[in-house]
Design a protein around this ligand. Structure first.
Ligand code: ADP
Ligand code: MG
Length: 594
């Protein structure tokens, strides 16, 4: 009987080549490993060079700790690391690397040169490895630090090489990797050379904002708000884009966990929660966020490239992020450190965004909604003098307003209101502001399940296809709570006799059809609420004062006051700005008084 070959342990260079497949995917992944090593080695200056998008050469030189000859020889062995000693240490990772496999993997699939010297040694070492085989080990003169050159990546793994993309694409990925690390470490100087052309020379900077300024110009940072919030060993710091700044994808949404570029589903979730309703659907805010958590509260060992991390306590991460961002965004136009006033260092405790309902101002709702009214100007914004069923909430003291005391100066350009505030000048778009105020009012109503049903003049009957009819039938109760007066008429026919007041005059059939589809797909009440939310946003837009409408002074001030108390004051429900603040410092700069 013949047997299909004996079981054998594979030689190391074969193991490394196999393992390389996991860690090393493309030039950008090589760059990532080399940058992490340089940073772990305490470098203060790092030079990166790419030729042909990294396909010909990826070189990273640092001025970090360097390695002795013995250390260098060990460093290129698999599972050789100076960063952890035993399995306990895996629970408290504070360095970027720890798996001890990057150098072994990279040198297994490239022509690899390592030149290194610790500052205290007189002589350095040069190792040359080709496809995992040591070619030479020599003494060499070199500056202190480490200089690694990776040539002809995947030259000995044709199957992998085939998957490399055009140089331009690989270069773009590598460049993004460079940027991530440059952002994560503003204190380190970085240089990037692409095919002999220097494209970045970043001097050590005073923090993230300064580094962003170096990279994208000084104006970019003006649209970002500082975030710095800690609680119970968790800290969130960085910069969050104003809701007026949004992108079609997440490229400019950069998150770091313990200064490692990384993300997790819970991070995306928290960001989505805070920006929901402030930026248009399907768009993404711009964020540069650092989440610092205790080393034993995060598992970075989930993925070989460490891109995704897992948290021990997702709820803590979510809540901290939400509170950090909500605080930062609410402070958008908060006056900085007025004497005696609230200062940036002592922010007022931000309520979780969805839990602080505004007192309802029912007088604002005049169902059916007033459409465009002719003269005299309608005064929806000011509650009628006598509104017995809804007592006016006591106006909050002016100091509570994020705008401080505002003085109305007049209108310009088709109805924008101009206001003087302690910080500078505020321009208000009354239409966008009113949309926001109405939207939040309506939302508060849904939260309280207080949505009044608005009876239809002519109740309508509708026939639905069987599946939709069935879905609707099973959800009638939830729908009633939201103000839909829908009853089962037998067969697949329904009668609709009222709609939530805040929906305005919606085409009925389309609406009910949408509802059924939402229920089928989402299946849950939250999906339904999202739909209603979207509808409400639309109807808030339809109901708000029109652009170009000149409000009276008291109306402007009342509107501003209500806006100040909104959860998301600075954009309308579809993401357009409600106010534009020009700070005194900006005016000074523009008038050349800096
Ligand atoms: P890891 O970073 O996971 O420890 P690597 O294979 O990336 O594994 O590196 C192996 C070891 O080589 C590191 O633990 C470190 O001691 C040493 N090393 C690698 N790169 C550098 C560098 N740029 N400067 C100093 N030491 C380095
Ligand atoms: Mg490493």
């Amino acid at each position: 009987m013949t047997r299909p070959g004996r079981i054998q342990l594979l030689p190391d260079h074969v193991i490394n080549k196999i393992a390389a497949g996991e860690v090393i995917e493309r030039p950008a992944s090589v760059l990532k490993e080399l940058l992490e090593n340089a940073l772990d080695a305490g470098a203060t200056a790092i030079e990166v060079q790419l030729v042909d998008g990294g396909r010909k050469l990826i070189r990273v030189a640092d001025d970090g700790s360097g390695m002795t000859r013995d250390e260098a020889l060990l460093a290129v062995e698999r599972h050789a690391t100076s960063k952890i000693r035993d399995s306990e240490d895996i629970e408290h990772i504070t360095t970027l690397g720890f798996r001890g496999e990057a150098l072994a993997a990279i040198s297994a699939v490239s022509r690899f040169t390592l030149l290194t010297r610790p500052a205290e040694e007189l002589e350095g070492t040069e190792l040359q490895i080709a496809g995992g085989r040591m070619v030479s080990v020599e003494a060499a003169g070199c500056p202190p630090g480490t200089d690694i050159a990776v040539r002809n990546l995947f030259f000995n793994v044709p199957a992998r090489k085939k998957f490399l993309r055009a140089a331009a694409t690989e270069q773009q990925h590598a460049r993004q990797m460079f940027l991530l690390h440059a952002l994560a470490h503003p204190e380190v100087g970085f240089r990037l050379t692409l095919d002999e052309r220097e494209v970045h020379r970043l001097t050590p900077a005073e923090g993230l904002a300064a580094r962003l300024g170096e990279l994208y110009g000084p104006d970019f940072a003006a649209d970002l708000l500082p975030v710095d919030f800690s609680r119970a060993g968790y800290r969130v710091r960085g910069l969050a884009g104003k809701p007026t700044l949004h992108r079609s994808d997440r490229t400019d949404q950069v998150t770091f966990v313990n200064t490692r570029p990384a993300s997790a589903a819970v991070i995306h979730y928290a960001i989505g929660e805070v920006y929901k309703g402030a930026i248009p659907r399907g768009r993404h805010p711009v964020l540069f966020l650092f989440l610092d958590v205790p080393p034993d509260a995060v598992d970075v060992n989930v993925h070989p490239t460490k891109k995704e991390v897992r948290f021990r306590n997702n709820t803590a991460v979510r809540d901290t992020l939400i509170e950090a961002l909500a605080t930062a965004l609410n402070r958008l136009v908060a006056a900085p450190a007025q004497p005696g006033g609230p200062s940036a260092a002592a922010p007022r405790p931000a309520a979780p965004p969805s839990l602080a309902p505004e007192p309802l101002n029912l007088p604002d709702l005049h169902p059916p909604f007033p459409r465009k009214k002719p003269d005299p100007p309608h005064t929806d914004i000011l509650p009628p003098a006598a509104a017995p069923e809804a007592p006016q909430p006591a106006p909050e003291p002016a100091a509570e307003s994020p705008w401080g005391r505002a003085e109305f100066l007049g209108h310009i350009a088709e109805g924008y209101a101009v206001l003087a505030i302690p910080e500078g000048m505020l321009l208000l778009d009354p239409q966008a502001a009113h949309e926001r105020v109405l939207y939040e009012q309506y939302l508060a109503q849904i939260r309280h399940a207080k949505i009044p049903g608005q009876p239809l003049l002519h109740p309508e009957t509708l026939d639905l296809p069987p599946v939709k009819a069935d879905t609707l039938r099973r959800n009638l109760k939830a729908l009633h709570e939201l103000g839909f007066g829908i009853s089962d008429f037998g067969g697949d026919t329904f009668m609709v006799d009222s709609l939530p007041a805040c929906l305005g005059a919606a085409p009925l059939r389309e609406l009910i059809d949408d509802l059924a589809t939402t229920l089928e797909e989402g299946g849950r009440k939250s999906a339904l609420k999202d739909l209603v939310r979207e509808r409400i946003a639309r109807s808030a837009c339809a109901t708000a004062v029109r652009g170009g409408h000149r409000l009276r002074e008291e109306e402007v001030l009342t509107l501003l006051d209500r806006l100040a108390r909104a959860d998301m004051p600075y954009t309308c429900p579809h993401g357009r700005p409600t106010v534009i603040l020009t700070r005194k410092s900006e005016l000074d700069r523009k008038f050349g008084k800096t």
